[in-house]
Design a binder for this molecule. Structure first.
Ligand SMILES: NC(=O)c1ccc[n+]([C@@H]2O[C@H](COP(=O)([O-])OP(=O)(O)OC[C@H]3O[C@@H](n4cnc5c(N)ncnc54)[C@H](OP(=O)(O)O)[C@@H]3O)[C@@H](O)[C@H]2O)c1
Length: 263
C-alpha cells in the first residue's frame, strides 16, 4: 500500500510543490486547503493520487474538525507536513481571541500533533530561519499584545520551533519522528502586502528561489528518519538563541496545552 502524506497549505506555494513531488513519487497525498475549491483546483493539476481535505487552521474548533476528518480517512498518517503559514501585516484576532499567525503557525501544528499522535509515523515542520529574530512572550504573543508587522511572524515561528525538540522527546519511545526545516527564501505569496511596500516586495521577490526549490529540503526530510533536528535547507544546524531555552520551551508548551485544552 502507498504511504500516506498529509500536507497543510497544499494548494499553493511551497506546499503545492511538495504535494506535486510526493504524488510523483507514489505517495497518496492528502492536500489540506482551507478553501476546498482552491484545493480541488490545485489537486486537479497534479498527477498522481491526490485527495483534497478541507481544513482551516485558524481556530481550535476548526483544527479539531480537520483532525477528525483525517482520523476518519487515514488509519495511519505516514508523514504529516506542517507547511501552512502566514505572515500578517496587521493584528487580527481569531474567534478564539488569539493572534491569527500565532494560531496558524504555532497552535495548529501543536494541536494536530496531539490529536493524531496515535497514528503518526513522521512529522516535518516547515519552519523559518527568521525564528532567530523572534521572541516568545508567553501570554502576550498569543494575543498579539506585542504585535509587530515584521517581527510577529518570527515570534510565532520561534514558539512553534521551541516545541519540536519536546515532541521528539515525547515520541521517542513510540517511534514517531519530527524534524524542522527552513526551506530557503522562496518566491511565494507569503507576506504579500498592498501599497508601496507590497510593490517593493514583489520586485525583490523576483530574485528569490522557486517553490520547487523550496520543496526540495522538505521532500528530502519526508523520507528521513532522524528526530529533534533543525535543518537550514539540507544542512542540519544547531538551534540558536532563544530556541535553545529549555525553560522557555516548557512554558510555551504549557501555554499551548492550556489554550488548546490538549493537556
Ligand atoms: N516563502 C518563504 O520565503 C519562506 C521562508 C521560510 C519559511 N517559509 C514557510 O513555508 C511555509 C509555506 O509558505 P509559502 O511561502 O509557501 O506561503 P504561501 O504561498 O503564502 O502559502 C501559504 C499556505 O498556507 C495556507 N494557509 C494560510 N493560512 C491558513 C489557515 N488559516 N488555514 C489553512 N491554511 C492556511 C495558505 O492557504 P490559502 O491559499 O487559502 O491562503 C497557503 O496554502 C510557511 O510555513 C512559511 O512560514 C516560507
Amino acid at each position: 500500500m502507498a504511504s500516506t502524506v498529509v500536507v497543510t497549505g497544499g494548494n499553493r506555494g511551497i506546499g503545492y510543490a511538495v504535494c506535486e513531488r510526493l504524488a510523483g513519487e507514489g505517495f497518496t497525498v492528502l492536500l489540506v486547503a482551507r478553501d476546498p475549491e482552491r484545493g480541488a483546483r490545485a489537486a486537479a493539476s497534479i498527477r498522481g493520487d491526490v485527495e483534497v481535505v478541507a481544513g482551516d487552521l485558524t481556530t481550535i474548533a476548526s483544527v479539531r474538525r480537520l483532525a477528525d476528518e483525517l482520523r476518519d480517512r487515514c488509519p495511519r498518517v505516514d508523514v504529516l507536513i506542517h507547511n501552512a503559514g502566514l505572515w500578517p501585516s496587521r493584528r487580527t484576532l481569531t474567534g478564539d481571541g488569539l493572534e491569527e499567525s500565532f494560531a496558524v503557525n504555532h497552535l495548529a501544528p501543536f494541536l494536530l500533533n496531539r490529536l493524531l499522535e496515535d497514528r503518526l509515523g513522521r512529522v516535518v515542520q516547515v519552519s523559518a530561519g527568521l525564528y532567530v529574530k523572534g521572541k516568545a512572550e508567553v501570554g502576550r504573543t498569543a494575543v498579539g499584545a506585542d504585535f509587530h508587522q515584521m517581527r510577529t511572524y518570527a515570534d510565532t515561528k520561534l514558539c512553534n520551533l521551541l516545541t519540536v525538540p519536546l515532541f521528539a522527546e515525547r515520541w521517542r519511545a513510540s517511534g514517531i519522528t519530527i524534524d524542522a526545516v527552513h526551506p530557503g527564501v522562496i518566491r511565494t505569496g507569503l507576506g504579500d502586502r498592498r501599497g508601496p511596500m507590497g510593490w517593493l516586495l514583489k520586485l525583490v521577490k523576483r530574485k528569490w528561489a522557486t517553490p520547487e526549490e523550496g520543496a526540495e529540503p522538505v521532500v528530502r526530510l519526508a523520507h528521513d528518519t532522524g528526530t529533534g533536528r533543525y535543518f537550514n535547507l539540507s544542512e542540519e544546524v544547531p538551534l540558536e538563541g532563544p530556541a535553545r531555552d529549555a525553560e522557555l520551551a516548557g512554558r510555551v508548551w504549557e501555554e499551548a496545552e492550556a489554550l488548546t485544552s490538549a493537556g
